[in-house]
Design a protein around this ligand. Structure first.
Ligand code: MD5
Ligand code: FE
Length: 203
């Protein structure tokens, strides 16, 4: 099943279900040496979402601004590699949505607890906007807010569940988006958390 949300944006409900249990187990092991951290906004407030990364680049936020770093801020060491399980999933989802040859160099891991949210924003820290972004939802559900090219465009609500994948390419690559406040919930594999993998070509 495949649903086009807007030009270039393809929702693949359940596409990652075959790998979802293995993904949750892999991430729990990743979090032991690389615990998700609250990044800072340029305004000096901590984000509610906690993040970790894998790959040649990890997304970081600080009082100095947002961007990509080759090292984990808390350790000063390179991020661990993206495992083949996740690289293959991202490549295959992008292909299904019409983007051949997607090889991400960054996997941002967003960890949302009930009460957390992500305000409307655009992803614009990457270098090549012709590359899509692949996002994988795990754990408790979330309401994704999908806007348009302008902040004032009305946002459509997309209910994202465990195992859902969305490929954001074409015009939608730069659309405003966010996550509504996460409701209290429990998931058998992830506990009271939503985990989102955001796979990007950052460099
Ligand atoms: C999330 N993360 O669910 C989302 C998944 C982020 C972020 O937004 O910046 O960490 S990626 C959603 C996305 C990316 C690029 C474009 C669009 C959506 N879009 O056009 O809606 O934690
Ligand atoms: Fe984003």
């Amino acid at each position: 099943e495949q649903m086009t949300l807007a030009a270039g944006a393809v929702w693949l409900p359940g596409f990652a279900l075959p790998q979802a249990e293995a993904l949750c187990a892999y991430l729990q092991q990743h979090f032991v040496p690389h615990p998700p951290q609250q990044m800072m906004t340029p305004m000096g407030y901590p984000m509610s979402v906690r993040t970790s990364s894998m790959g040649d680049r990890g997304w970081v936020g600080s009082a100095q601004g947002y961007g990509y770093s080759a090292v984990e801020p808390s350790s000063g060491r390179p991020w661990p590699p993206i495992p083949p399980l996740i690289l293959t999933l991202a490549h295959d989802a992008a292909l299904k949505a019409g983007y051949a040859g997607f090889v991400p160099d960054s996997c941002l891991i967003n960890v949302y607890a009930p009460g957390n949210k992500m305000g409307l924003h655009q992803d614009k820290d990457e270098q090549d906007f012709s590359q899509p972004i692949v996002s994988v939802s795990l754990g408790i559900p979330a309401t994704f807010l999908f806007g348009g090219a302008r902040r004032s465009d009305k946002a459509v609500k997309v209910p994202l569940q465990h195992g859902d994948v969305v490929v954001w390419g074409g015009a939608s690559r730069r659309f405003y988006h966010g996550i509504a406040t996460i409701a209290a919930n429990q998931h058998p594999q992830a506990g009271a958390q939503r985990i989102n993998l955001t796979l990007r070509k950052a460099t």
